[in-house]
Write a protein that binds this ligand. Structure first.
Ligand code: HBI
Ligand code: FE
Length: 295
């Protein structure tokens, strides 16, 4: 397997990382090593044992329907048979982070890009770029949920429009992705549960986002989220909480142009701020918070 072509570095929501302008590739399933399959099994087993009581039921149902725990790295072709039949989405293998407009175009056409490579055994707890476990285990199970699947397509279409408007609009939209798709919580009758991929694919942050007194937990509000900076190097200081996936999808129905115009005059909140207009579920103790700049 020749190393993927690194085209350039780009400031993205995960910091200054290589960005591949390439399109999609075939999943090199036969090239995965025994160690690669063992890394998948280790990460899967660890999260599967932890997540009941932490992840929302829709996520757990998706994991079960895909059979992600059947042993070894799943074959995208197998997953796509289930996924296409359920919501018309499909997984496509990519080299890694894509330029925003390439990424948005995939989402707008119900294609979710998944990095074909998996982290090394010494990177189990943190790596800077999204690997196969983050993308596949974190993001794909919820694409079986029809409402969330619609939200992700709408997000992609919104991304194409934001990209055409300019960098400020794009920043607002990236914050929306960050605080929902990557780090979102949802209220359930049983209490707060996780749906964000960046959380469910991380053992430490799964526990922290639900059990810790340190972060704020604030009710989702579209413009509040779009004007809130975030952290890429630590656990989140604030988690935004939706009441349902329908609420999230409904919030993205209107055209965002007037919102971008309003937000252009509004100073962004810091990652740890609590505003007087917030619906505060938990006011964090701020224990252990980093003091350097947000993104
Ligand atoms: N590319 N492959 C890939 N996966 C992502 O999650 C991703 C991306 N490019 C850009 C990006 N995410 C973020 O900027 C989103 O907020 C748009
Ligand atoms: Fe992600």
């Amino acid at each position: 397997m020749d190393t993927p072509r690194r085209v350039e570095h780009q400031q993205t929501d995960r910091g200054y990382v290589p960005v591949y302008a390439t399109g999609t590739v075939e999943q090199p399933w036969s090239s995965y090593s025994k160690t690669d399959h063992e890394v998948w099994d280790t990460l899967y087993r660890r999260q599967r044992e932890l997540l009941p009581g932490y992840a929302c039921q829709e996520f757990l149902d998706g994991v079960a329907r895909f059979g992600l725990g059947d042993g070894g790295i799943p074959r995208f072709d197998d997953l796509n048979r289930v996924l296409r039949a359920a919501t018309g989405w499909e997984v496509v293998a990519v080299e890694g982070l894509l330029p925003d407009e390439v990424f948005f175009d995939h989402l707008a056409h119900r294609r979710f890009p998944v990095s074909w490579w998996i982290r090394k055994p010494d990177q189990l707890d943190y790596l800077s770029e999204p690997d196969l476990f983050h993308d596949l285990f974190g993001h794909v199970p919820l694409l079986l949920n029809p409402v969330f699947a619609d939200y992700m397509e709408a997000y992609g279409k919104g991304g194409m429009k934001a990209y055409a408007i300019g960098p400020d609009a794009l920043m607002n939209l990236t914050r929306l992705y960050w605080y929902t798709v990557e780090f979102g919580l949802i209220r359930t009758d049983a209490g707060m549960r996780i749906y964000g991929a960046g959380i469910v694919s991380s053992k430490g942050e799964s526990i922290y986002s639900i059990d810790s007194a340190s972060p704020n937990r604030i009710g989702f509000d579209l413009e509040r989220v779009m004007s809130t900076r975030y952290r890429i190097d630590t656990y989140q200081q604030t988690y935004f909480v939706i009441d349902s996936f329908e609420q999230l999808f409904d919030a993205t129905r209107p055209d965002f142009t007037p919102i971008y115009n309003r937000l252009a005059d509004r100073a962004p909140a810091t990652a740890g701020d609590i505003l007087s207009t917030d619906r505060v579920f938990t006011r964090g103790t701020r224990e252990g918070w980093a003091t350097n700049a947000d993104n």
